[in-house]
Design a protein around this ligand. Sequence first.
Ligand SMILES: [Ca+2]
Length: 401
Amino acid sequence: MFSRAIMATAVVSVLSIPLSAVTARAPGEAAGATPPSGVVAVSTGGLRVTPQSLAVTVEAGRRQQSAVQLTNVGGSAVRWWIADGEGAASRPGRLGEVQRSWAVTGMAVGWGIGTESGNVWISDVDLLRNDSYTPDGIRRSEGWPTPWANINPGPLDMAYVPSRSLMCQVKTGAENGIACWDPRTGDVRADIVGEFAWTAAPQRGLAYRPDDDSFYVGGWDQGRIYHIRGLGNPRPGSVISSCVPPDRAVAGLGWSAGFDRLWVATQSPRDLVYALDPDTCRTLATVAPPDADPSTGAGLDVGPDGSLWIMSAGVGAPPATSGTASQIGSGLPVFATAPWLAAERSSGSLRPGGSLRIGIRVDATRLAPGRYEATLYVLSDEEQNCLTAVPVRLLVRPAPH
Ligand SMILES: [Ca+2]
């Protein structure tokens, strides 16, 4: 019967939180089945997430309610975010963990960076070119001049638009704007120019946000980050909102989907990289680049695995360096939302000792009978980015005839 449709593996909480709403039996298991050994709770710093996994059974065409419990067992307040992703957990690199770092070869002054189809594109602001590299820094043959970019500053930060297979890039000079080019030919296929608050001055950093086809653009001339409409909108480039980041020396921008974080590289004495709330520019995390050179922060991109690609710009003068590209962990996974799963709240904060039950909705109204897998990601700001992944297994049973 429907009233017995939800079942999950029993999980014990050390806090004696009533888990009746989220603990039940998997199909075929006896009541009160022993939980997996060692499974008590998952902790990310001070934030404990229970249960450690959810198993739900529901009849096709039905909805079901489950829940997770967040408890702050640490000594200070934590902010948290929760999101659902399809499939098994994607494990990101730890924030700031250096995965790759290489000197850019064959360039004068490497500056902007963007990734697509396994290529790492880097712009040369002195030779006015974009060239492609393997993720390990081997220069590939694909590379194109940028006659549309004026010298000083030249072609700057990049952001790939997957739906159009175009690399978009900040251009400055006679016309401040964005040029979008075909990585296979170098030809500009679209651009965004016009009279906007952000085209009144040169910009540096560019990020693309696929869920609403928009860009973020910003630079140190204005010290402001603009959220602007993308190419598929009636008025590309028009401003949706803007905010002022904690360090106004904006050089590069990147976007992490799922948890909606805007990454900002700065060209400052410390060259810090910030994760910001995209609506308010509030700082959510910071990370220092792997190189110690001051005031070389430049382009930034979020790679297909969620990691950050950052450029330390070449200096161009003796002893010349053409720049360093580094891939570092963001602490954030890459995932697509699970259409049948939803948390009732997406973010909040918890004081020490505080506890919160978050309803989880499972919707099988559009699912065929079968097994489905998803993950609930709970992120907290303890030690900046702490992630807990809660696997969700769903069995959809045929509706009774
Ligand atoms: Ca970028």
